[in-house]
Design a protein around this ligand. Sequence first.
Ligand code: NAD
Length: 430
Amino acid sequence: MGGVGDSLLDDASGRLDEALRYARVSEDALERLRYPKSTLKVSIPVRMDDGSLRTFRGYRVRYDDSRGPTKGGIRFHPNVNVDEVSTLAFWMTIKCAVLDLPFGGAKGGITVDPKQLSKLELERLSRGYIDAVADFIGPDVDVPAPDVYTNALIMGWMMDEYSIIRRAHVPAVITGKPLPMGGSRGRDTATADGGFDVIEALRGKLIPADRPTAAVQGFGNVGATIALLLHEAGYRVVAVSDSQGAIFCGGGLHIPTVKKIKEESRHLEAAYCHGSVGDLANHDRLSNEELLSLDVDVLVPAALENAITEANAETIRAPVILELANGPVSSAADRALARRGVTVIPDVLANAGGVTVSYFEWAQNRTGLYWSAQKVRERLRERMVGEALALWDFAAEHGIPLRTAAYAQALTRIGEAADAKGRKEFYTSA
Ligand code: NAD
């Protein structure tokens, strides 16, 4: 096992052990969760633009389907390997159960650096992947979605290829599609929207300030959208960063301007504090490490995994961390932060808005009835707020971190579904 997969797997299983003490889950259900339900390894031959043939390795892992068809993204990345995909599939099993979605968990990926491919090569690879996994997926079986370096365009090609194979229009086989191909309104901003709903639901319990301050690490799809939502809701977003570095403004950055400049120039560095909005003084640029240790009310990691580890956990001064990235806080850091009373709103809750609207997309595809942006937004808010408040109460009742509460809740739900088919006590009682 190599790369990211190791740490993710270690983290996932360590956190599971902790949560088990608070979950109502039978031995039988746990036995089912020990290994992925099924793992498919494929090779995908692709005709390259220069006429040569190249073979890529691809994977699809369905971890557990006790609660419904499995659901999870497809990642295109040079580090993709079967262990990483399995771990992420396990993670999706938990996330879907935290939000009470009628899905199990899965994940897929291709070991490739997509930036090295032409657009036509990328299309042939995406269609080739679907040709290879077509018998393994389906609207009632396993429903993929975008993940790292895959997007709506790729989902569209994949849905089209599956429909060609099945000789039928099958939009519900995949989510995160372009709108004209059966995508859902609100899917593009769903992850940040859901994270915003969670922080707003818990705001009265966590943040005393009237005009709270926030710092956002990562200014991509998720980070830029949450920064804008917080700004519009009256937070002072004092710092944001991308892979090149961070910008800071004590009076609050004017996020619509920062976003516009970033979109035009593609560099956050080009953005400066806007006119009268704040006092730049000498603090207009920060390193990424400095952003993480700012004294703000809410810190939002929205970039990559393992941003906060044992090495920098002691430098974190924010009392609340909203995890919009997947796995931005390692388990060792989690323990250090908990000792210091920092509240971590875990990824399996905070960034589950994306998979929740994917569920809405699947439901719309299956009924053929399409919802307005407002209806999607209301249904997302209802679900995010409901689950956030329930987890808050559960965590408070047991005096445990929200992450442990989320894992315990998910394990209980998965266990109930698995046990509904019968458990040891039933078969061994007279
Ligand atoms: P993205 O590629 O659009 O944005 C990532 C951003 O992080 C970019 O601005 C990049 O410059 C920045 N970045 C990279 N390294 C950095 C560093 N060291 N310091 C600061 N910034 C850095 O990706 P995204 O879709 O916004 O996803 C961000 C995170 O959210 C990922 O962890 C992803 O798994 C998670 N997530 C995304 C979704 C979704 O719907 N897009 C859903 C759930 C979780």
